[in-house]
Ligand binder design. Sequence first.
Ligand SMILES: Nc1ncnc2c1ncn2[C@@H]1O[C@H](COP(=O)(O)OP(=O)(O)OP(=O)(O)O)[C@@H](O)[C@H]1O
Length: 263
Amino acid sequence: MTLLTLENITHYYFSKQGATKSLKDISISIQEGEFISLLGPSGCGKSTILSIMAGIIQPTEGNVSLKEKAIQSPSSEIGYMLQQDYLFPWKNILDNILLGPKINQTATNKIKEKGMELLQEVGIEHVATAYPDALSGGMRQRAALVRTLINDPMILLFDEPFSALDYQTKLKLEDLVAILLKTYRKTTVLVTHDIGEAIAMSDRIFVMNTNPGTISKVFDVPIELRNEQPFLARRHPKYQLLFDKVWDELDNRKNVAFLGGGK
Ligand SMILES: Nc1ncnc2c1ncn2[C@@H]1O[C@H](COP(=O)(O)OP(=O)(O)OP(=O)(O)O)[C@@H](O)[C@H]1O
């Protein structure tokens, strides 16, 4: 069943300097339980698409809907996780996590228990009463993930959530997130610059072009890779084949040739 639909989206940013066409004719249909990635050069409009999906900005033309209902503003049905964790430094981890339910007036004892369970699942229940400053970057992102999951959103939007982390922590978190998404059967959109991450985590990859942002190609990730945990998917022979195809689509060959590595 289709969960989220973007239909012929065009978007302009307006400023004193004039109008910037950020997106042109973007159409994306995401099925329930699916994981898709948006991959493309800087400035191609990945974050703008995510902001439109989150209801933070409206498209200039076209329609965006969640379960056939137009998305017009942010809601707890849509979870948004960014590169920065935005944890409040004056609140402990559990209070940071319970902030959404408190605002929505759903912070019952059951929700608090669920918060503790989720903290346990991501391996940081021992820091529930600690303050964000005392946590490593990876632990903070785990807390941010719990804060996103506790509202039980229909769809998760991830804007480069692993990019500020060291490589080992990033790989570990990718596996953890993949397990949680399967357990809670979440639909997910990931914005990333990392081809490997997109291949290892996604069902489909949307490669974008820039000026204005368009979708140049959609890649289906082979089932053999989708059945593996992200870390192990990277070792599969089909991983490198797909990596090369995506690399070519991103026009990177030209850059390699320029550096003396190509034909
Ligand atoms: N608030 C804004 N006002 C004017 N132009 C903007 C604004 N935000 C983004 N843009 C422009 O819109 C285009 C798309 O930006 P966006 O941030 O969505 O790209 P991106 O693919 O997410 O980039 P990156 O990978 O660098 O994060 C770019 O040309 C950018 O300069």
